[in-house]
Design a protein around this ligand. Structure first.
Ligand code: NI
Length: 205
């Protein structure tokens, strides 16, 4: 068996015993440099109302029928977010025609700075089909809770109130067309492996 498969099964077993997605997230974080993904029937994701990169208010219903590849981050992120979003873009291109069933989605955890305009410009730099979602602090707090996303402000040591960083968890969520979670990927998985895993799930659907 491939290490990623063994990893996924171990996570599934844990999830079955303990039944919380938080445990899955913790284990993904503890893989110590390895790549991997977990599939789970544990509830992850849910209803939301957010503003897309064209300024339109959208809900989960607007995406029904599409698979979603979801990442949470922020446009000022110096390193992790651009790397993950670039990987999502590469995965989308690797999926080829099958990727038409998938919408790549970037949800900000920094809505104070990530305006609709900032999000529009940012997502366009990664993939033409990528959707950027922002909203009020309450909107973002709500959707982050549903995905068990951790985030928090890290103040600028120089004291500049606008130069803060955001600490945040970093996972890529594959959501099924009915809104249920299909898999959670950690960012260390090579794009080719992720594309292969997603392609398999799209075909099995
Ligand atoms: Ni980031």
């Amino acid at each position: 068996m491939k290490p990623t498969r063994i990893f996924a099964i171990a996570i599934l077993a844990l999830a079955a015993i303990i039944g919380t997605t938080a445990i899955i997230i913790n284990n993904l974080r503890d893989t110590g440099g390895g790549s991997g993904f977990a599939t789970t029937s544990v509830s992850l994701g849910g209803p939301f109302t957010l503003t897309d990169n064209t300024g339109r208010r959208v809900t989960e219903a607007d995406f029904k029928g599409s698979w979603l590849l979801v990442y949470f981050g922020y446009t000022y992120c110096p390193d992790v977010c651009p790397t993950e979003l670039q990987e999502m873009a590469v995965v989308m291109d690797m999926l080829g025609d099958a990727g038409n069933a998938v919408v790549p989605v970037f949800i900000t955890v920094d809505p104070e700075r990530d305006t609709t305009e900032a999000m529009a410009e940012y997502v366009a730099a990664f993939h033409p089909r990528m959707v950027g979602l922002t909203g009020s602090l309450a909107d973002i707090s709500s959707v982050a809770k549903e995905y068990r996303v951790y985030y928090g402000k890290v103040k600028d040591p120089g004291g500049d109130p606008d130069a803060y960083l955001m600490d945040h968890s970093s996972f890529i969520y594959l959501m099924r067309p009915d809104g249920r979670n299909a898999a959670v990927f950690n960012g260390r998985m090579p794009a080719a492996e992720m594309a292969q895993a997603i392609d398999g799930m799209l075909r099995a659907n």
